[in-house]
Design a protein around this ligand. Structure first.
Ligand SMILES: NC(=O)C1=CN([C@@H]2O[C@H](COP(=O)(O)OP(=O)(O)OC[C@H]3O[C@@H](n4cnc5c(N)ncnc54)[C@H](O)[C@@H]3O)[C@@H](O)[C@H]2O)[C@@H](O)CC1
Ligand SMILES: [K+]
Length: 537
């Protein structure tokens, strides 16, 4: 599990060390880690170390200090180092160390910005150490102009160097992931003590590149994380395995209310996702013509035109492929929510459900649907910290804030789909998953995700002990189940894609194999099914 923290939490954890006069020690650990990461990055790309050019963009705070110390270590390994001081001043000891190591220093001004930009664009490595966790807002003045020029150059592929962000890309809010343009997108972010929330939420995550955490010795002081991310080994622990005496009913039965005359395929894809993710049985309720298609595609599914009340299941999936005119299906969706069973509510169900729900109801909007949902709830008096009527762009620029707000207002668990999938529980537990590939942005992908999460709800919803044993508050298991589903969906999509285009059905087809490979991570080597190890996709 990856745990991430706000800048405020990190600073609070540092406080006892700073009070004990250990600030310099922390900075040395951080900057050594940064320098080592740069060396490894060059080596991984088979680039020479001796003579490599390094440009560090250094602000006036400790973030700039980290960058300057790191550059001085790199100079000691024979690299040619240049510092651009973006604020006219810099951390005094770090600057002195940098100059002693032979680094060249330039003060950034409007008059020399374009000349320095050309120099930086030609460097083998650019270290972005302008702003860190102490930033308020984004880059300003000449620093903004420099980064804007560099970003344009990067987009035009004119900048072959490696961009390494020190702690966080400058301009990204460490607490929220909001990005104040311009931001220089990094290939690698080397972050200290622990990942920052802003690296795990879009749009900050767009700019972070790969994330490397450097421990600096304050980790034991860190509080409960602000956001977490499951890794495959966590899936190995949390995904269910049938017992020897399991039967289809004890394995977990999922009821599916999805599809319509206009979108019958959504029902098929949701059912396929659910079957692939281990539901003991899937029961489909819906129009006969959709049920026919479901039967043809998935003969395992038991179809009926009955009511929610007379259908015995452990969890419901409602809404995929449904529209406002599908009166009977929408009534079933509301009945499913009223049953008190765990429900995943997707697409067409979102506008049709009561405003206030419950934690075991998982809403799965994309950014546009979340904007509509928040607009519907905007009349709520509990929305002081959010634009009362956010549009899609507002949601996309503050994904974590929007998901958090929706969870608070609806009292449901909210899964916001996107390049990074965020899950917010109404109790304010958060997960971020980014296991997939951009090829997952394909029609029907969300229906499969709903099916996968539905199957996990049916199998895991009552398994309180499993979550407690994994250190997850049982009340928060709905968010954990949603995050597990997002992770499984992402891993399956990446495996099925293999780097090329993807169709939704292939995501579900890939789930069982990914599940199997993940489950090997929890078993001692001697107990593997055969002698071959299956690398994760
Ligand atoms: N506190 C510690 O013990 C450690 C801090 N570390 C580093 O220190 C960083 C935090 O350092 P600081 O608190 O000095 O903060 P920053 O280095 O992020 O910068 C804050 C400085 O920039 C100014 N500033 C804030 N917003 C600005 C903006 N939008 N435009 C221009 N200037 C702005 C502030 O007035 C302040 O002087 C971390 O990100 C990390 O890199 C590491 O060295 C590890 C140890
Ligand atoms: K930075």
């Amino acid at each position: 599990m990856i745990s991430a923290y706000t800048g405020t939490q990190i600073r609070a954890a540092e406080q006892p060390f700073l009070a004990a006069g250990m600030g310099d020690v922390l900075m040395q650990r951080a900057s050594h880690g940064l320098a080592n990461a740069v060396v490894r990055e060059l080596q991984a790309r088979s680039r020479r170390l001796y003579g490599a050019s390094v440009a560090v963009l250094a602000g006036k705070g400790n973030n700039g200090g980290d960058g300057l110390f790191a550059a001085s270590f790199l100079a000691a390994r024979g690299m040619r180092t240049t510092a651009i001081l973006t604020a006219g001043t810099a951390h005094a000891e770090a600057l002195a160390a940098f100059e002693r190591a032979g680094g060249r220093v330039h003060l950034l001004a409007d008059s020399n910005a374009s000349q320095l930009a050309a120099h930086v664009a030609g460097a083998d490595v650019v270290i972005d150490a302008i702003l860190g966790t102490g930033a308020r807002g984004g880059l300003r003045g000449a620093a903004a102009g420099l980064v804007r020029g560099l970003s344009r150059g990067r987009l035009a592929s004119g900048m072959p160097g490696i961009v390494v962000a020190c702690d966080i890309p400058s301009g990204v809010d460490a607490d929220t992931g909001e990005a104040h343009a311009p931001v220089l997108s990094a290939d690698l972010t080397v972050t200290f003590a622990a990942a920052k929330v802003g690296l795990l939420a879009d749009p900050g995550a767009d700019h972070a590149g790969r994330i490397h955490v450097v421990p600096i010795g304050i980790e034991d002081e860190l509080p409960w994380p602000a956001i977490r991310r499951f890794e495959p080994v966590d899936l190995a622990r949390l995904l269910p395995q049938p017992g020897r005496r399991s039967h289809k009913y004890s394995r977990g039965v999922l009821g599916v209310v999805a599809g319509s005359a206009d979108y019958p395929g959504a029902a098929v894809l949701a059912c396929r996702g659910a079957l692939a993710a281990g539901a003991g049985m899937v029961r489909y309720l819906g129009p006969p013509e959709v049920a026919d298609l479901v039967r043809q595609s998935c003969p395992e599914v038991v179809c009926s035109t009955g009511s929610v009340a007379e259908t015995h299941v452990q969890a419901w999936l409602v809404g995929s492929g449904m529209g406002p005119g599908d009166t009977e299906q929408l009534r079933r969706a509301r009945d499913a929510v009223e049953s008190g069973l765990p429900v995943i509510a997707d697409a067409g169900a979102l506008p049709a459900l009561p405003a206030v729900l419950a934690p075991q109801v998982i809403l799965t909007p994309h950014a546009g649907e979340l904007a509509v949902l928040l607009q519907r709830l905007a009349s709520s008096p509990d929305s002081p910290d959010f634009d009362p009527a956010p549009d899609r762009t507002a949601v996309e620029s503050s994904t974590l804030g929007a998901a958090r707000h929706a969870a608070v207002l609806t009292e449901a668990t909210v899964l916001l789909k996107g390049a990074t999938t965020l899950v917010a529980s109404p109790f304010q537990d958060f997960y971020s998953q980014a296991d997939g590939t951009a090829w997952l942005a394909t029609a029907g992908s969300g229906d499969v995700l709903a099916g996968i999460i539905g199957a996990l709800l049916a199998q895991l919803g009552s398994d309180v002990g499993r979550f407690r044993d994994a250190g997850i508050d049982p009340d928060e298991r709905w968010a954990a189940i949603a995050a597990l589903g997002a992770s499984l969906h992402g891993l399956a999509g990446a495996a099925a894609s293999g780097g090329g285009p993807l169709t939704a059905g292939r995501i579900s087809d890939a789930v069982p194999d990914v599940w199997y490979k993940v489950s090997l991570l929890s078993k001692p080597a001697g107990r593997k099914r055969n002698s071959h190890t299956h690398p994760l996709p």
